[in-house]
Ligand binder design. Structure first.
Ligand code: GLN
Length: 486
């Protein structure tokens, strides 16, 4: 039995029954990283030594009969956009080179309290801007299913690490699809929670009205377990919402009989890969065979989602990224002669091309004379998109769509054309604009052996129903059991 191939819930059982120690589990993952990470490049930082200390401490505490928490001894990887005290946090940007946060994000504190072992920080598109992880300022992550292809993005390092058994589970962040799209490309489960469900305190801001942290895992039960740990109100984040957090894992077994699943006609568009469409249609049949009722619905403003997103997200990013002035964090250009040239040279050399493009777009959309025509209009369309979902959820409990229009594309295939890159989030962006939760899970493979993902969208704060449907589908299929040919 390979420990690294097990799910979080399987490892929990072994650890609880003391059939393995946290240290043995950790050593298995460190060995696997030594063997495989060279090919994948999922990690920015591997925190091996500190992990060893944590694991040994947990083993001693468990030995002494202490209550060590539900994740005790589970090695997790965290996207490098989440602040980790005393561990470098770069957002895969040169401008944060050398930045070591003096505090932990709230999600980190919760995971620590639950006993997790931090295995490392994962590679991503710089400041979470991108769909392929190729915008990282440091390295290119390879898709474990085909090393010539992208793992998706921006949480590509987390997705690749989970599917290649380089960690037991991971956290990502999702502003327009960055958890769900890489989950689809790497055959794993990814959850973008409702806006406000998970604290953003300590999540480095990209677009604050869209960002959410969520789990990326090997199966649905693992996602339910991690979400249960990180969700909940936090006084440190004024946008986190004080609603009860259900026991997601305990609710998984419920049946889907009679549940209404909406299929939005706007999501079956030209340009979608035929193999993706076939897999999604087959998944609908599986859910119907389990007793759910599929019905056609409409989300009429879908075609405006990408444009709306690229105004709202860039406007917020241009404001959020103003703080990188080479004084407070990380990188500072050496050749500067005075204050102004220090700002300018540091930002010029510290930010990558895509980040600079977004700062310029956002600054433009917010500038006097253009604000009403672009930013304000985008906010109005955003309201219409949200209303589309409110109307749709009068007719169904869950909406089912493809996660991405194609499977993982080739490295370099879209880097010269930002617009085609933006289109790979065409199915995921609306959920962020509307603030609703979304789950991605595997629903098939192409002839060439690339994973295909399906997306379930739900009512605000109804992650439990999404996970329930996802679990029912997963139990009826075998996709989650396939492993990449490494
Ligand atoms: N790919 C989208 C973008 O580039 C979404 C990124 C994200 O969700 N962080 O903005």
């Amino acid at each position: 039995m390979e420990l690294t191939g097990l799910t979080i819930h399987e490892l929990q059982g072994l650890l609880r029954r003391r059939e393995v120690t946290a240290k043995q589990v950790l050593m298995a993952f460190l060995k696997r990283i030594a063997q495989v990470e060279g090919k994948i490049q999922a990690y920015m930082t591997v925190t091996g030594l500190e992990a060893l200390r944590t694991a040994s401490r947990l083993d001693r505490r468990r030995q002494a009969g202490e209550n060590v928490g539900p994740l005790a001894g589970i090695p997790l990887a965290i996207k490098d956009v989440i602040c980790t005290q005393d561990v470098p946090t770069t957002c895969s940007s040169k401008i944060l080179d050398g930045f070591i946060p003096p505090y932990d994000a709230t999600v980190m504190r919760r995971l620590d309290q639950a006993g997790m072992v931090l295995l490392g920080k994962t590679n991503m598109d710089e400041f979470a801007m991108g769909s392929s992880t190729e915008n990282s300022g440091y390295k290119v992550t390879h898709n474990p299913w085909d090393l010539d292809r992208v793992p998706g993005g921006s949480s590509g390092g987390s997705a690749a690490a989970v599917t290649a058994d380089l960690c037991a589970g991971a956290l990502g962040s999702d502003t327009g699809g960055s958890i769900r799209q890489p989950a689809a490309f790497c055959r794993i489960v990814g959850v973008k929670p409702t806006y406000g469900r998970v604290s953003r305190y300590g999540l480095v801001a990209f677009a604050s009205s869209l960002d959410q942290i969520g789990p990326m895992t090997k199966d649905v039960r693992d996602a339910a377990i991690l979400l249960g740990v990180i969700a909940g109100h936090d006084a440190c984040d004024s946008t986190s919402v004080n609603v009860p957090v259900p026991d997601y894992a305990a609710q998984l077994g419920r049946e889907v009989t009679g549940l209404r699943i909406g299929i939005p006609k706007e999501y079956f568009i030209e340009g979608m890969d035929p193999e993706v469409e076939t897999a999604i249609r087959a998944a609908i049949n599986v859910l119907e065979s389990l007793g759910a009722k599929a019905e056609s619905i409409s989300l009429p403003h879908t075609e405006y989602a990408v444009a709306t997103y690229y105004l709202v997200a860039t406007a917020e990013a241009s404001s959020n990224l103003a703080r990188y002035d080479a004084v407070k964090y990380g990188f500072r250009a050496r050749e500067a002669k005075d204050l102004l040239s220090m700002y300018m040279k540091s930002r010029q050399n510290g930010f990558g091309a895509e980040v600079k493009r977004r700062i310029m777009l956002g600054t433009y959309a917010l500038s006097a004379g253009y604000y009403d025509a672009y930013y304000l209009k985008a906010l109005k369309v955003r309201t219409l998109i949200r209303k589309d979902f409110e109307d749709a959820f009068k007719r169904c409990e869950v909406i089912l769509t493809p996660t991405a229009p194609t499977p993982a594309f080739r490295l370099g295939e879209k880097t010269d054309d930002p617009l085609t890159m933006y289109l790979s989030d065409i199915f995921t962006i609306s959920a962020n604009l509307a603030g609703i939760p979304g789950v991605c899970l595997p629903c098939g493979f192409t002839q060439a052996g690339l994973p295909i993902g399906l997306q379930l969208l739900g009512k605000p704060f109804d992650e439990a129903t999404l996970l329930q449907v996802a679990f029912a589908y997963e139990q009826a299929t075998e996709w989650h059991k396939r492993n990449p040919p490494l």
